[in-house]
Design a protein around this ligand. Structure first.
Ligand code: IPD
Ligand code: CA
Length: 260
């Protein structure tokens, strides 16, 4: 088992990297993004690749013993020990569209449990940070989820309208409640809106461990709850798909809806 980590140095290093990653995101936002399509059909830009390489280079210099799991490039496999989870750009589709809802994400997971997370929005220059048991912050201001119920709140779902129109059953169940429903590209952006108290929840069957590691802690340290779509604890020792993110109050109901 790895030792308990306090993460002050990790947090400082992650924020420095996030600023550099944000500069690359802005550099290519309106430029030739040299977009390609990956084997899973999802797009990747030159900025995704450059940021992932930067993260590996910078982390290997400071923490040579740690593993790095990035969406585009990794130095390690899932498992026990210290692993950095990076999504160089979450919300690449929105990035390509030119809508500013993409985020840089870097989290430290120890023995499958997120310990530190940094998420950076370069368009609003907002830095979200969290350390386990030490709260979560946006630019130094403490974050808190709302205590609204489902009927009084807004729930975010996938931005993939084709999937919704092809009969995503949970979207139909959610539409039968009184909740407002929001959709746009960017899993992390939607989850930060739960941490900020704007949304009461977010259901997403497509997210991966690299998308969720940092924002998971940011939401939970703001008083919210994050699980798998069946209400299961997310285990970052292995890849997974799907999450329910909530303010806590709506969690059980959202898990029920996610499974419908
Ligand atoms: C994806 C986006 C998208 C969500 C997917 C994620 P990526 O991440 O956040 O909005 O619906 O589940 O995988 O591929 O842009 O990093
Ligand atoms: Ca990505």
């Amino acid at each position: 088992m790895s030792e308990v980590v306090y993460c002050d140095q990790e947090l400082a290093v992650a924020q420095e990297i996030a600023h550099k990653a944000g500069a690359i995101m802005l550099q290519y936002f309106d430029d030739d993004q040299q977009t390609e399509v990956k084997n899973d059909g999802s797009p990747v830009t030159i900025a995704d690749k450059k940021i992932n390489s930067l993260v590996i280079k910078e982390l290997v210099d400071v923490f040579p013993a740690d593993g790095i799991i990035g969406e585009e490039e990794s130095t390690a496999e899932y498992g026990d020990g210290r692993k950095w989870f990076c999504d160089p750009i979450d919300g690449t589709i929105g990035y390509i569209w030119g809508t500013p809802t993409s985020m840089f994400s870097l989290g430290l997971v120890v023995d499958g449990v997120p310990q530190m997370g940094v998420v950076y929005d370069p368009y609003l220059n907002r830095m979200y940070t969290a350390k386990k048991d030490a709260g979560s912050y946006c630019d130094g201001k403490k974050l808190s989820v709302s205590n609204l119920s489902l009927e009084d709140g807004t729930v975010a779902i996938t931005g993939d309208v084709r999937r919704i129109s092809q009969g995503l059953s949970y979207a139909k169940t959610l539409a039968e409640t009184d909740a407002h429903i929001a959709t746009f590209s960017g899993a992390i952006y939607k989850a930060t809106l739960v941490a900020r108290g704007k949304f009461v929840g977010y259901i997403e069957h497509g997210v991966n461990a690299h998308d969720m590691a940092a924002v998971h802690l940011i939401v939970e340290e703001a008083g919210g709850k994050v699980t798998g779509v069946s209400g299961n604890t997310l285990d970052y020792k292995q890849p997974f798909k799907g999450a329910v993110v909530s303010n806590g109050v709506t969690h059980e109901e959202l898990v029920r809806i996610a499974q419908s």
